[in-house]
Ligand binder design. Structure first.
Ligand code: DC
Length: 222
């Protein structure tokens, strides 16, 4: 089995790129951020405050999260309900960043993530894939871009969906999430030792896809 770990900050383009590359290589793509988002949504739905770790811990055994693949797309089920859309809101983004700092939440999601790499060739994206989830991944990539460009991309994505998008607020949230994700004690966001860092700031999507595909082919000897 071949495992490709793609880590990096919010909005670096991990999911768009991982999706395209996995399609062309015939690998499954797992977006692990969706799992943290599902836990955050469960807290919001149940009125559990993320600032109270004990309450979140009590909720975990009542949460069933599953990833299914439907027409090649990842869908995320929270207690049998498809929440793939609901987990994308800005308030879930921020809640996910906060809830992901809890070691119990990270432990809760660990085996679920590892399971995919046992049965399939996988491209998995997140924050700690190369460092913690799949430390033996043959290919590790750290994808990054300036906060401004990431905020701009996020704004365009929201506008395309007809959703409200305020650049300054999005940029503020991105900087805040970067801080949370890199400063937490358990599994903070950082490049794995053997990761190749790709900065996508001045690059078009196709160029990044090409670059990543070439790195994977070379490192995994495909
Ligand atoms: O990639 P994303 O924006 O959907 O992730 C949402 C949050 O989940 C992110 O702020 C940090 C957290 N996360 C994490 O801690 N570890 C991962 N492997 C993936 C996401």
């Amino acid at each position: 089995m071949i495992a490709v770990a793609i880590d990096g900050p919010a909005g670096a383009g991990k999911s768009t790129i991982a999706k395209k590359v996995s399609e062309s290589l015939g690998f499954i793509y797992v977006d692990t951020g969706a799992l943290y988002r599902a836990v955050a949504l469960a807290c919001i739905n149940e009125g559990v405050s993320i600032g109270e770790p004990e309450a979140v811990k009590t909720l975990l055994p009542k949460i069933d999260i599953r990833i299914i693949f439907f027409n090649g797309e990842q869908h995320i089920l929270l207690n049998d309900k498809d929440v793939s859309e609901a987990i994308r809101s800005e308030n879930v983004s921020m809640a996910a960043s906060r809830v992901s700092a809890l070691p119990e939440v990270r432990a809760f999601l660990l085996e679920l993530q590892r399971g995919f790499s046992k049965t399939d060739n996988v491209i998995m994206d997140g924050r700690d894939i190369g460092t913690v989830v799949l430390p033996n991944a043959q290919v590790k990539i750290f994808l990054t871009a300036s906060p401004e460009i990431r905020a701009r991309r996020r704004m365009l994505q929201l506008q395309e969906k007809g959703m409200e998008a305020d650049f300054d607020k999005i940029l503020f949230d991105i900087v805040q999430r970067d801080y949370n994700d890199t400063h937490r004690e358990t599994a903070p966001l950082k490049a794995a030792e053997s990761a190749v860092t790709v900065d996508t700031t001045g690059l078009a999507l196709d160029e990044v896809v090409e670059k990543i595909t070439a790195i994977i082919k070379e490192r995994a000897a495909l």
